[in-house]
Design a protein around this ligand. Structure first.
Ligand SMILES: Cc1ncc(COP(=O)(O)O)c(C=O)c1O
Length: 136
């Protein structure tokens, strides 16, 4: 923080730990964390930006394969990213963005789900949410 305050943009080069090279410095630790090689990981961007990049690269709706699946009650920026990527491809969110899992209702609010926020839900809990949701 001191470097940020004193150096501003110069911190890219002059900070004690220059932020220009943070990606290289963090890669070995990230690789260990996920069981990858240091050359197989990239530390970059925010989660939402990375989600957009992932979807731009891999979400290629064609023919009958147009659906993009996302958990119901996903983190809001995740859902916005998914929806905007569906729109970007000319697909229709109401048809092609499929949200899986329990609906958010007062009845399901207390039941464990596998969606955001994360819980230690069991499969049984998730099925209960689905049946509650479908009965509302
Ligand atoms: C599941 C999930 N998605 C998206 C975000 C947003 O992350 P970012 O601000 O890096 O885009 C968060 C942040 O906590 C998150 O937990």
């Amino acid at each position: 923080m001191r470097d940020w305050r004193n150096l501003g943009v110069e911190g890219h080069f002059a900070a004690r730990r220059p932020w220009l090279t943070y990606a290289e410095r963090l890669a070995p630790a990230l690789a260990r964390l996920i069981g990858a090689g240091p050359q197989e990981v990239a530390v970059m961007n925010t989660l939402t930006v990375n989600l957009h990049l992932l979807l731009v690269s891999f979400y290629r709706p064609a023919g009958e394969r147009t659906a993009l699946l996302i958990e119901r009650r996903a983190f809001p920026s995740d859902r916005y990213a998914a929806e905007s990527q569906v729109r970007l491809t000319g697909s229709i969110p109401a048809r092609d963005l499929i949200e899986l899992g329990a609906a958010w209702t007062a009845r399901t609010a207390c039941a464990p789900t596998t969606s955001w926020p994360r819980s230690s839900a069991t499969g049984r809990g998730s099925r209960r949410c689905c049946s509650l949701a479908s009965s509302t």
